[in-house]
Design a protein around this ligand. Structure first.
Ligand code: NI
Length: 167
């Protein structure tokens, strides 16, 4: 296993729409293992394949804390089947380090996909898990949380962020 490089905004790969995973093979299993290791090393609570430069519909999520354990979720070709409620909460992203913003998202979602063995999987989520799933699935469509801010806030973010991260 290996810790992969996490691509950062404004890397163009983050804006691409990812294609569906068509075959679950050894190469994909290795990518999954590396993404899990990369997420834990960051540390983060979710990672989408485009964040490590792979435009595939694949996410890994683990919202565990010291106090509360949750299972590691590996979701291939995830789709949000239903949304319920709206709630504001603070959000950040490993691809936009050092920046957070309040983002409105559904309070509850039902997500369908397949697990790493190719078995159909359904996840009903609320709270932080619902938010992370929406955030990671957005990555598969080339959408970052900053794209969900108001245009004024986004422009302000862009100027400030790019200035600070100039190389
Ligand atoms: Ni993110």
């Amino acid at each position: 296993m290996a810790v992969l490089e996490i691509r950062r905004y404004p890397d163009p790969v983050l804006k691409k729409k990812a294609g569906p995973v068509e075959e679950i093979n050894g190469e994909l299993q290795a990518l999954i293992d590396n993404m899990v290791e990369t997420m834990y090393a960051a540390p983060g609570i979710g990672l989408a394949a485009p964040q490590v430069g792979e435009t595939k519909r694949l996410i890994v999520v683990d919202v565990s804390t010291k106090e509360e354990k949750h299972p590691l979720l590996v979701l291939i070709n995830p789709v949000i089947i239903s949304f319920e409620g709206r709630i504001d909460s603070e959000e950040g992203c490993l691809s936009v380090p050092g920046y957070t913003s309040t983002i409105k998202r559904a309070e509850r979602v039902l997500v369908r996909g397949v697990d790493r063995e190719g078995r159909p999987m359904e996840v009903e989520a609320t709270g932080l898990l619902a938010r992370v799933l929406q955030h990671e699935i957005d990555h598969l469509d080339g959408i970052l949380f900053v794209d969900r801010m108001s245009p004024i806030k986004r422009e302000f973010f862009r100027k400030r962020y790019l200035k600070r991260n100039k190389r």
